[in-house]
Ligand binder design. Structure first.
Ligand code: EPZ
Length: 421
């Protein structure tokens, strides 16, 4: 398993190109592969492990799909297997996205229950609630979800879960509803930009959708969807992560090709922390003229502060001036990075879903371990600012969500190298 060795203390200087959004590309690739009666091309898709894992799942179903130079070429699929096996689904829970489209197109699906992961239990009860509302019969046996429906029928259902809306359940049920007979209303739908992008893609395929990006999405079912061409939006979490890299090293970094309107909550908090972000079109320059101020944050569903930026923000607050409280309201186990940051000298007190971070003068490099992709990035950020060497292990977590991380950071002056093992 690869490691990243970082010698910290260098102020980063230069530009970082933001890659396409992983979390927008994944459901769009599923929609193209299973719902499209003709070919699709999806551009600006990042070259990430998760993308290749999903390609493996789609190929197993019989979808012809290739990745070349940032573009996914997805063939038309007249007939497909409807079974997504455990050994594929367990590698990436987003594989469960195939459930709704298989059910909508072929009336059957047998999909392995996705496993949990380091950030907590990852249930799919809300996905199943939507499928049942659309008329599917659901059975769970031997770790598999068996779903059947002669013809999905439009319905009104509410997807509110214990933490509010669910991105995955919204995407999955939306991809089922577009081919269901009649009118569907999805209440308490996730408002994340990735849902709006999925809806845009489906609309280009011929679907009839209103309200994506709001809490209620309305769908008029159609009988067929054709392939189309689309460009994935920039990754808003990668953009936030590299703004944090510029800030934590007190450097002068410009991120290129970001989508400002998707980053409101993060930009608001960084600005409140006295981090200066100057936009020119889709590019943003980050500098820290004085110190970083400690500012409280609560993660929330969109448009609130994204849980996927919480770990990176915590790393930043470890070197801020003062004390702040970080509340993680979306996942139950998303403070694993705190234990590793403490090994680098951070002062963090975790109590349940809240962490109090007291800023320190400096961190010291240490051997640390990534537990999920965003925690891994938090450790890289801390390593970039720490005195001495930090070696981050289990880098495969980071490779799931960050394209060419060591190249992008080395290009702006970071002393970082990959140790292949
Ligand atoms: C998506 O995961 C993202 N993944 C996650 O990003 C992100 O952290 C998450 O949304 C929240 O924004 C992709 O888009 C591939 P949820 P998802 O369903 O859909 C509970 C990353 O870093 N819930 O919105 O799985 C759930 O336990 C990843 O790229 C149910 O209770 O998240 C959680 O507490 C990590 N029942 C909350 O809802 C369900 O059926 C939000 O989960 C589904 C979810």
């Amino acid at each position: 398993m690869d490691k990243l060795a970082i010698r910290g203390g260098k102020a980063l200087e230069g530009s970082i190109q933001i890659s396409g959004s992983k979390n927008a590309s994944l459901p769009i690739a599923v929609a193209a592969g299973i719902l499209g009666a003709s070919e699709s091309r999806i551009h600006n898709v990042p070259n990430l492990q998760d993308i290749h894992t999903l390609m493996g799942v789609l190929r197993h179903l019989g979808v012809e799909i290739e990745y070349a130079d940032g573009t996914l070429h997805v063939g038309a699929s007249p007939r497909l297997s409807v079974e997504a096996p455990y050994d594929l689904v367990r590698r990436m829970r987003a594989s469960v996205y195939v459930l709704g489209p298989l059910l909508a197109r072929f009336g059957r699906a047998r999909v392995s229950f996705p496993g949990g992961c380091a950030i907590g239990a990852r249930p799919v009860d809300l996905h199943l609630r939507g499928m049942e509302a659309l008329g599917a019969s659901i059975r769970i046996e031997h770790g598999y979800i068996l779903a059947e429906a002669d013809r999905l029928r439009g319905a009104r259902f509410n997807l509110e879960g214990p933490r509010g809306a669910s991105v995955g359940a919204t995407a999955n049920t939306l991809m089922a509803a577009v081919l269901a007979e009649g009118h569907t209303e999805i209440e308490c739908a996730a408002m994340e930009p990735e849902i709006a992008d999925l809806a845009d893609f489906l609309t280009q395929m011929g679907a009839k959708i209103d309200g994506a990006g709001t809490p209620v999405i309305s769908v008029e079912g159609v009988s067929k969807l054709r392939g189309t061409e689309y460009k994935a939006p920039p990754d808003r979490i990668e953009a936030a992560s590299y703004l944090a890299a510029g800030a934590i090293t007190r450097g002068n970094v410009r991120i290129l090709g970001a989508e400002r309107k998707h980053m409101g909550a993060v930009l608001g908090k960084l600005t409140e922390a006295d981090i200066w972000i100057d936009w020119t079109g889709n590019d943003a320059q980050v500098t820290v003229p004085n110190g970083i101020r400690s500012v409280d944050v609560e993660t929330a569903t969109y448009p609130g502060f994204p849980t996927d930026a919480q770990a990176q923000y915590m790393a930043l607050m470890c070197l801020a001036e003062g004390r702040c409280e970080i509340a993680e309201n979306i996942f139950t186990e998303r403070f694993m990075h705190a234990l590793e940051l403490q090994r680098m000298g951070a002062q963090i007190a975790v109590t349940g879903s809240r962490a109090v971070v007291t800023g320190v003068e400096s961190l010291t490099g240490a051997p640390v371990m990534a537990s999920d992709l965003r925690a891994g990035m938090a450790l890289v950020l801390a390593g970039l600012a720490a005195k001495g060497e930090t070696v981050v292990s289990r880098v495969y977590h980071i490779d799931r969500g960050y394209e060419r991380i060591e190249e992008k950071l080395a290009a702006v002056g970071a002393d970082i190298r990959r140790i292949r093992e």
